[in-house]
Design a protein. Structure first.
Length: 411
């Protein structure tokens, strides 16, 4: 098997340090290897992790030299069919993630148009209704786990609604999405379940079109096949659900553990926006993104990059790059130069960002309105993170509050 593309020690892109203290880990990698560091993925597969803010800008701004075409990868002969990271690093996957050139531009426009046509008032209403329904299930008990009983359920239900799924089917997609994104042994099964659900959705929309994202994508004049639309819907659902759930969870963790936010929990909309913005800088849900592939030999960050090498976008590390964060202070104001939504032509489409923000902010605000005295039920240092190299989210967020009656659909 081909080993790491450079001499020296490569860091495994897994393990407890990604859960406990990734900031310190990225700092040590930057100190020892520079702004581009060698890493190894499951199965001793080599790759590069971009730690530098400027280097990440350079890579994402040059789609010719650093391509999204995964066929370029020089490691495919070493990748088994059951490799658990295949859902995140796919081969010949007909989705927008791996489309390049003019076709990507047209495809990105199709997705943006389909999402932009969503009625913003309807989107917020769906988020509020689903949030209230979820809170009704636990509000009378005085205790709950915000992650399992709320944050991990809300985004998928709202997205499924605007995409065109029935409420019943939408609720079944959460487990498959979580399995696929975590990149462990159930990843491929989760991907297959999500794909089958999307194909059935398109069958239903061909038979009975609706005012929904799936129908608009099918009717787009770009002439995309059902397979392409399915793949893009899967990308949109995966990219929209779990990071949004983690955005909610990480923001609530900050608000419940940091004295700067605790005083305004019961009253301030402003503190919610500040917490959400700070999380995108300091505790971004999307930690690392796969990826880009070098189309020829080149140099980046002092490293020799071979043609076909895989480069992973270290979003969290770049956000904390001391070259651009010289004072190291937390950013809670209007500074949105973070890279949490990506950069360049393959960044998250703006309508998708807006959708995620509406869902996350509405979810947080409704929870605080309904349960104004919510507080942590365990010491803050007992909170733990999921074992994923890609996304950073809490395994649980146990809280207690004064029991309140369910609304039962009435406000």
């Amino acid at each position: 098997m081909t080993k790491c593309p450079v001499n020296g020690t490569a860091t495994p892109l897994s393990g407890p340090r990604f859960q406990t203290d990734p900031v310190q880990l990225y700092r040590e990698m930057r100190r020892d290897q520079g702004s581009v560091a060698p890493v190894v993925l499951d199965g001793d597969i080599p790759a590069w992790l971009i730690l530098g803010y400027r280097e990440l800008h350079q890579v994402t701004n040059d789609p010719v030299l650093f391509s999204r075409d995964s066929d370029l990868w020089n490691q495919w002969e070493n990748i088994p069919d059951d490799w658990p990271l295949l859902p995140m690093i796919g081969r010949k996957q007909p989705s927008i993630l791996y489309t390049v050139g003019e076709r990507h531009t047209v495809r990105a426009g199709m997705i943006s148009d389909a999402l932009e046509a969503v009625d913003p008032f309807a989107l917020k209403r769906y988020a509020e209704e689903f949030a209230d329904d979820l809170i009704d299930r636990f509000c009378s008990s005085g205790r709950t786990d915000i992650i399992a009983e709320y944050a991990m359920l809300l985004p998928a239900r709202v997205l499924a609604k605007i995409y065109g799924f029935s409420d019943e089917v939408g609720g079944t997609l959460v487990g498959a999405l979580n399995d696929m994104i975590d990149g462990r042994e159930r990843a491929l099964a989760g991907q297959q379940h999500l794909g089958a659900s999307m194909f059935q959705l398109l069958i239903d929309k061909h038979a009975e079109p609706g005012d929904d994202v799936a129908t608009r994508m099918l009717q787009d004049p770009g002439g995309f096949t059902d397979e392409e639309v399915v793949q893009d819907l899967m990308v949109m659902m995966a990219a929209g659900h779990q990071p949004t759930a983690d955005w909610m969870g990480n923001s609530l963790r900050l608000m419940l553990t940091d004295d700067r936010f605790a005083a305004s929990l019961s009253g301030g909309r402003h503190s919610v926006a500040e917490a959400m913005n700070e999380v995108l800088w300091e505790d971004t849900p999307t930690q690392n993104v796969a990826g880009r592939w070098a189309s020829r030999d080149t140099h980046l960050g002092g490293q020799h990059i071979r043609a076909g090498d895989l480069l992973l976008l270290g979003i969290a590390a770049a956000n904390g790059d001391p070259q651009v964060r010289t004072d190291g202070s937390a950013l809670t104001g209007g500074n949105n130069a973070f890279l949490s939504f990506g950069h360049g032509e393959h960044r998250c489409p703006f309508p998708a960002q807006e959708t995620a923000e509406v869902i996350a902010r509405t979810g947080i605000e409704v929870l605080l309105d309904r349960l104004p005295d919510v507080d942590l039920a365990v010491p803050a240092d007992k909170l733990t993170r999921r074992p994923s190299p890609w996304l950073r989210g809490l395994t649980d967020l146990p809280v207690h509050f004064t029991p309140t009656p369910a609304l039962g659909g009435q406000k």
